[in-house]
Ligand binder design. Sequence first.
Ligand code: PLP
Length: 451
Amino acid sequence: PVLTRDILKSDDHLVQSFADLNALKQQGARTAIVSAKGTMVTDSDGNELIDGIGGLWCVNVGHGRREIIDAIRDQLETLDFYSTFYTFTHPAAAALAQKLGQLAPGNLNKVYFGNSGSVANDSAVRILQHYYRRLGRPEKRLVLSRNGAYHGSTFLAIAMTTPEYSKGWDKADNMVHHLKKPHYWREGDGMSEAEFLDMLMEDMRASIERIGAENIACFIAEPIMGAGGVIVPPEGYHRRAGDICRAYDIKFVADEVVTAFGRLGHFFASQDVFGTTPDIINTAKGLTSGYQPLSATIMSDEIHEVISGPDGVFLHGMTYSGHPAASAAALANIALMEQEQIPERVRTTGKLFEKTLKALEDIEIVGEVRGSHFMAGIEFVSDKQSKALFPEAMNIGMKVARRAQARGLIARPLGHILILSPTLILSEAEIARIGDILRESILDVMAEVRG
Ligand code: PLP
């Protein structure tokens, strides 16, 4: 009852994430979303907008799905909360862990739950450090990550993230080394894609030799980089990185916080899309389609065998690990995806989405449209030939996003890039509409900046 729209008029207490807090204070230019259904959301002025970012890469099955809402309510009525600490467990977490073991590739059968992608990524590193300590190699504790990566906002996750996201902010820097960003279109000057891939692998190998494999616990990588600008690596990248990891006894952690649960047409992308089975898959977001906060760190039987050996306790845990309501939401979400064959459908509709957006590349200020299925990035350039960017202060992505929103589409600006990660249930007509809105919005902005 207190959650009326009136609260928005006096809202100056909420500290928002990754926001220009000063601009919010001065201009108060917030968009309050008050309700949502299916592929659409409604803002506080009553505008209905296509949710082109799926909440935040997460509302995969669409908004307001009765089956998930009922499952959460039923679970809360039966068991509102119990932890998975010590010897305690409960049916929802146990059933979900079993289900994830079935869905995940290879021998990834054991699941540690957390409540966010950041926590999943931190957890993976802590677990692997513990694993190597138990094997008598406590010095194997560092992480290889990549420029362009986004892995979250805790001290370690932000250190594993590309430096642009932390600038001068403190982080667990001394634990992470960043490899080159696998973005051929921007960084592959003068090389064929195959040569670019060789160069990336050589960078990885040389970095390992320099740091010493005996000091490195894991390599962490998103199958497709998301918040770093939707970067699809060259064909074969993950397979070859996996081979290097195995050769040096470095564990491969796939950050599938975004790419899992149908976004690329499969429950997990690592094996089915990129042909590699990591040692750990981390996921969150689409795991519950965002209806509840939940993450999973899905590890191999082999890692679990070592960390569950004799001598000592697993010294890691969060109160809400495997929260009953979140676990019930995930089970209902997965059941829905299976019943409606959502990943399979994405292989068709996601491809249409990809093609529709790719067509925008004929616009003069669109440098590259990239991504796969329902994960897309549009990079704007002031000059197609030289790929020169517009001045940062021009905020080109934001300009296009504002125009798109005025036409009924939410997209996410990221500097000179615009990101789309919609619900996975878009109709063909909605996909066409998104293409039209983006074209009109980009042309408007082009007319404005070109005068
Ligand atoms: N990893 C990836 C690939 C992400 O995109 C995100 C969030 O966007 C995270 C990790 C962090 O997840 P969370 O925001 O739930 O901590």
